[in-house]
Design a protein around this ligand. Structure first.
Ligand code: GLY
Length: 338
């Protein structure tokens, strides 16, 4: 939509949020826009889009979006998810706004919405990260109810199988979705889909960026293990001048390269979101080596300040959900290197 028409409609009081794309010298720009990892992102995007289309802040959108996934009792995110190797579900989440504020919780137990606790850490404490019992104590003080852990049937079966087959030791995480996403029920009891994450980044009608990331982490992980998802600059990074990125997959390898910070810095140097994600994936492969990289999956997704988006992963099978209009919420396959 031309800028002149956009301004005219705005002056007539027609919501700018119905104008989800317009033309500029750089091409078609999407704004507002929300993208999120894996096919659970479709439902999460819907909740985020409700906020964005109503003129809401990207921060509220990314919180409310991933709360849907945290509530969903699937095997990979939230209280019904895969437990650690001791059978306890521990959750990690982080959130970051357009002002560079950020908050995070790690290894929190019995809390349904770690993303909202992460936001409280950001807004109500002088800190960025709270972990373990301290995070739970803070959540309770803030009025979050302590829930009973209740593994979903899939997670229970998956854990029981894992105990038998893997002889009580951590496994290397592999996320090969072949287009069906990590939540495909037929995969959950094989031990193959042993972790995942929802990461979401959004730009609102005012051009402000925010992001969120939440996970139960690696399935059957060692007790106390944190991945990339609660770490700002690894699982999530936002720079309101440039763009925002989030990650999914083997957290250890994302941490090693400060993955999402790298993606944003590459966008600062002029790369498109897709190319920035690709370079970050290449960095992981370079650090880890090609053969070892074939054993893992990492995917990055990113948006820039202009409302362009993209994603890239190590190997075939990663996809992400893109939403920029009431009738535009769809899956895109991540391009891959190996
Ligand atoms: N990316 C999620 C994790 O490794 O915990």
């Amino acid at each position: 939509m031309e800028r002149r028409k956009f301004l005219t409609l705005s002056s007539l009081g027609i919501s700018a949020l119905s104008l989800s794309s317009f033309k500029s010298a750089k091409g078609t720009l999407r704004r507002p826009l929300v993208i999120s990892t894996w096919d659970a992102g479709i439902e999460a995007n819907k909740a985020a889009w409700k906020v964005l289309r109503g003129g809401g802040r990207a921060l509220d959108a990314v919180e409310q979006g991933v709360m849907v996934t945290e509530s969903s009792q699937n095997c990979c995110v939230g209280l019904g998810a895969n437990p650690d190797r001791d059978g306890i579900v521990t959750l990690d989440a982080c959130i970051m706004d357009e002002l560079g504020n950020c908050g995070s919780v790690g290894a929190i137990e019995r809390i349904k919405h770690p993303i909202s606790v992460a936001r409280r850490v950001m807004e109500k404490t002088p800190h960025v990260m709270l972990v373990g019992q301290g995070a739970q104590q803070f959540a309770v003080e803030e009025g979050f109810p302590l829930e009973e852990q209740k593994l979903s049937p899939d997670a229970k079966r998956s854990y029981e199988n894992w105990l038998k087959k893997n002889e009580y030791k951590p496994v290397i995480n592999i996320e090969k979705t072949q287009g069906h996403g990590p939540f495909a029920p037929n995969k959950l009891d094989t031990g193959e889909w042993n972790h995942d994450t929802i990461g979401m980044v959004a730009i609102d009608a005012n051009g402000n960026l925010s992001g969120s990331c939440t996970t139960s982490g690696a399935g059957f992980k060692m007790r106390g293990r944190l991945g990339d998802s609660p770490i700002i600059g690894a699982g999530l990074f936002v720079d309101n001048e440039i763009g925002a990125a989030t990650a999914t997959g083997q957290g250890e390898d994302v941490i090693r390269i400060c993955g999402t910070h790298l993606v944003v810095e590459l966008m600062r140097q002029g790369l498109s979101p897709e190319n920035a994600c690709k370079k970050a994936v290449e960095r992981i492969i370079k650090v880890k080596g090609t053969e070892k990289s074939k054993q893992i999956q990492v995917g990055f997704i990113a948006i820039n300040k202009q409302g362009e988006y993209g994603g890239y992963c190590i190997q075939k099978g990663f996809n992400f959900a893109v939403c920029y209009a009431d009738d535009k919420n769809f899956m895109e396959d991540g391009k891959y290197i190996l």
